[in-house]
Design a protein around this ligand. Structure first.
Ligand SMILES: [Ca+2]
Ligand SMILES: [Ca+2]
Ligand SMILES: [Ca+2]
Ligand SMILES: [Ca+2]
Length: 625
């Protein structure tokens, strides 16, 4: 209530004798709280005097010459120096009446002088909380995502350095900027916000790594290695030390390009999906399933690793391709990858020590099961004179008939591959490999061999075991091969490795070496790497004379023979034969050194000289005297 005392003393005395007058103000209870002397000759005391020391009712008394001539009651709504903050707005008391005199610079309806003392620069934040208007200030920017300057330092949320590295809900602050989930920081593309957590891309500086959240005390950055791909496959940590687009792929496989592929790669290591390989600029798909997928500078990508590419050929040596593993052998490039290492199905490749028909995979290259039979027979020679030859069934048939009944031999031939026959003294011992287990084949095989069953031989330990008590048939279950005679005999433990070196590898290496050094090949040098299978083999020792021969190849064939300690000039005969029969794609050449003669014949079914046609004449039909 506005109360202004403008108290005119209208009442005046005209008596000249009057000498003094005064104004007194009393409270309701009669206590004088203010006095003023009024002077003058006519006692006219113009009073603009009021008193509002405290809120309350007052009465003003005017006294002149001891006679109270006038009184006036009034009310003070507030006392001098009183202030108040009704509804958070500041009032001061002016002449007993409240006057609005607050300051609200931040327009949050809370005056600085009330609850906004230190926070009138921060809308919605006050020195102390005012319900419905503002929250109470905090010492630091406690909430970085409420759009309020919580500590009233004129920096809001992410702009406040208190918020660096802080996250809340799914948002985050980095160096003054808001980073939404799924985004990288504006300034650092090696920092990514994922659902409210900061991920570093292989960050090295400790200042960043050691940053902790002032509220939780936990480290702000979860540092990830190169190629880490976040679960949505949207970002991955690239070797450029930044989060890059993964484009929907899980690029979590770090792959390095070998210097053999690129000695100066644009980038040596990159991130690919699990089974792919880094080329220096991109990722190469897995080539495992495709035998025809070509190498990159001699390497193929197999299951995410660069592997030396090693061109292999099918057992016939005609179709080339690649296998996933070096130790595997190529069966058929158009086979089924899922059938790999299952020789009975339709595989592209089979594993070391597996076989299909006579073709045996040995350390990534084709040999033959026939070779192992030859090696087994050679164990029986023990330094005696002998002849071992291996050939197909037709060529071997005469010798087979010697061992078993001629009519029944046909039954055996139909289920078997090449045969090897050992003649030693008066004994003849044969062997062959079967294309199904002996106990699952026709019973005629057993009948042919003169036994009822091979139950004792079914031991899968890689060794040969006698089929029954007669000791005439020995069976190797692992190789599915058998060795038999019409007389009892004994086989010992396998000694394939040493026998191979002694009887086959070393002699034929020597033969190849001699041919290379002293013979002009009729056609090409395929004999150097082409003599591996030994499916057609002839080895003889009679006295001091020896013959070592091998015929290989399905279409184009190489025939190699060495005659040792022969007194006849074999080369004259060979040269005459060659002169008469050779053509542009075939021929036979001979080299004589002392009493040793070495022969190379090359050709095919379609050339004048077909090595297969002269093979028997030059080996088994030769009767050394
Ligand atoms: Ca304010
Ligand atoms: Ca404020
Ligand atoms: Ca805030
Ligand atoms: Ca702040």
């Amino acid at each position: 209530m506005l109360f202004v005392v403008i108290f005119f003393v209208l009442y005046s005395f005209n008596a000249a004798s009057a000498s003094s007058g005064s104004l007194k103000i009393k409270t309701d209870s009669g206590i004088v709280v203010a006095t003023k002397t009024c002077s003058g000759t006519d006692y006219t005391c113009v009073l603009d005097y009021s008193y509002c020391g405290e809120k309350g009712d007052y009465t003003m008394w005017f006294t002149a010459d001891s006679i109270t001539t006038a009184k006036k009651a009034y009310y003070c709504d507030c006392g001098t120096d009183d202030t108040q903050c009704p509804d958070n707005r500041y009032d001061v008391c002016v002449d007993g009446e409240w006057q609005d005199s607050g300051v609200d610079l931040d327009n949050d309806d809370v005056d600085e002088q009330c609850q906004d003392l230190s926070c009138d620069n921060a809308p919605g934040v006050c020195e102390t909380e005012v319900e419905g208007k503002c929250v109470g200030r905090t010492v630091t920017e406690t909430d970085c995502f409420d759009f309020l300057d919580n500590d009233c330092d004129e920096t809001v949320d992410c702009l406040d350095s208190d918020c660096n590295g802080r996250t809340g809900d799914t948002r985050g602050c980095w160096n003054g900027n808001l980073v939404l989930s799924g985004d990288t920081s504006q300034e650092r593309d090696d920092i990514l916000n994922l659902n409210g957590a900061f991920y570093g891309c292989s960050i090295a500086d400790n200042d960043t790594l050691n940053l902790t959240d002032p509220v939780t005390g936990l480290k702000v950055i979860q540092n990830k290695d190169y190629c880490f791909t976040e679960p949505n496959n949207f970002w991955y940590c690239s070797f450029n030390n930044k989060w890059d687009f993964a484009k929907g792929k899980k690029l979590d496989h770090a792959s390095t390009v070998p210097i053999e592929i690129d000695p100066n790669p644009e980038q040596a290591t990159g991130c690919c999906i699990q089974n792919e390989c880094w080329t220096g600029t991109g990722c190469k798909e897995d080539q495992k399933n495709n035998p025809n997928a070509q190498p990159v500078n001699g390497f193929r990508c197999i299951d995410g690793d660069w592997i030396d590419a090693n061109l292999k050929f099918d057992p016939a040596g005609t179709i080339g391709g690649f296998c996933p593993e070096q130790s595997q052998c190529l069966v058929d490039p158009s086979g089924n990858f899922d059938d790999n290492n299952q020789p009975d199905k339709n595989p592209q490749c089979i594993a070391n020590d597996q076989y299909t028909d006579d073709d045996y995979c040995e350390d990534g290259g084709w040999v033959s099961r026939t070779k192992f039979i030859a090696l087994k027979l050679l164990e029986l020679t023990q330094g005696n004179d002998y002849a071992v030859f291996c050939d197909n069934s037709q060529t071997s048939l005469n010798e087979l008939e010697y061992v078993v009944n001629g009519e029944l031999a046909e039954n055996l031939i139909s289920e078997a591959n090449n045969f090897c026959v050992l003649s030693i003294g008066s004994k003849v011992i044969s062997g062959t490999s079967l294309n199904e287990p002996i106990n699952e084949g026709s019973s005629e095989i057993l009948e042919t061999l003169g036994i009822e069953d091979c139950n004792l031989g079914l031991i899968n330990d890689g060794q040969y075991h006698a089929c029954d008590g007669s000791n005439k048939v020995w069976y190797n279950e692992e190789l599915q091969s058998l060795v038999y005679s019409n007389q009892p005999f004994t086989l010992g433990q396998n000694n394939f490795q040493q026998n191979f070196l002694d009887f086959i590898k070393n002699p034929f290496d020597t033969i190849i070496n001699v041919i290379q050094n002293s013979i002009e090949e009729p056609f090409d040098t395929s004999y150097v790497d082409g003599i591996n299978k030994f499916q057609k083999l002839y080895l003889e020792k009679t006295g001091s004379k020896t013959i070592s021969g091998s015929l290989e190849g399905t279409q184009f064939k190489n025939l190699l023979i060495e005659y040792g300690n022969f007194n006849t000039d074999i080369c004259t005969f060979i040269d005459e034969y060659d002169e008469k029969n050779k053509d542009g794609a075939s021929g036979i050449e001979c080299s004589g050194q002392g009493n040793t003669y070495t022969i190379l014949a090359q050709g095919s079914d379609f050339t004048n000289i077909d090595p297969a046609n002269i093979w028997s004449d030059l080996t088994s039909k030769l009767r050394i005297k």
